[in-house]
Design a protein around this ligand. Sequence first.
Ligand SMILES: Nc1ncnc2c1ncn2[C@@H]1O[C@H](COP(=O)(O)OP(=O)(O)OP(=O)(O)O)[C@@H](O)[C@H]1O
Ligand SMILES: [Mg+2]
Length: 216
Amino acid sequence: MPTPLARGRSADVFALDSGRVLRRYRDGADVSAEAEVMAYVGGLGFPVPRVDSADGTDLVMERLDGPTMLDALVSGTLDPADGGRQLADLHTRLHALPARLSRDPAVRVVHLDLHPQNVMLSSRGAVVIDWRNATEGPPDLDTAMTALIMAQIAVDPAHDLAELAAAGVRGFLARSDGDPRRALDEAVALRAADPNLTRDEARLLPAAAALIAAPE
Ligand SMILES: Nc1ncnc2c1ncn2[C@@H]1O[C@H](COP(=O)(O)OP(=O)(O)OP(=O)(O)O)[C@@H](O)[C@H]1O
Ligand SMILES: [Mg+2]
């Protein structure tokens, strides 16, 4: 019987053995599209878990050691400005790759959920997980989504991590390539349409967008 390891908003993750995990969607979603993206970017040297099999709701992949970037930020082993810069660098590396499907040079693989809980600081470096939303599109949309996700926490006065998130957004925006502000409206619309967003989170979207538009 696999051992439960973690529970995300949409998936349960089980340890299969010391080297592999099973990630299973609870909502019946199919993993084949994200497994293809992971295999594609992994083959080009981008840090993702090795995919062993993808079948229906189940993805079997390399088990990563180390904390998530969020855990490292919360425990204080990672400075938020550094975390923001690391996230920006992961975007830069991802967007440097040619798209898998599109022939339009402005279109790249985009993750669209590249926040500190979806980065694991493993012994082989920062590795990006949770490719459910991955698709192809403008890199600015990807960076706008990351900035927006962090800004939603930064502008929430009730959130314990608000200050950490604000420092993370500043570090991220200062280091990001392109201009996330160009895709901010589209990112707000995408985020607003996310069924996993709570009503409180949705209410903070305009303030979060304003923080990115004028971060100082
Ligand atoms: N390959 C892996 N190795 C070790 N732990 C993992 C791995 N993949 C995921 N995890 C753990 O499981 C958690 C949830 O994974 P993931 O983000 O893929 O699920 P999710 O349900 O899509 O999450 P979200 O809540 O972001 O929607 C991660 O934060 C991490 O702690
Ligand atoms: Mg996740």
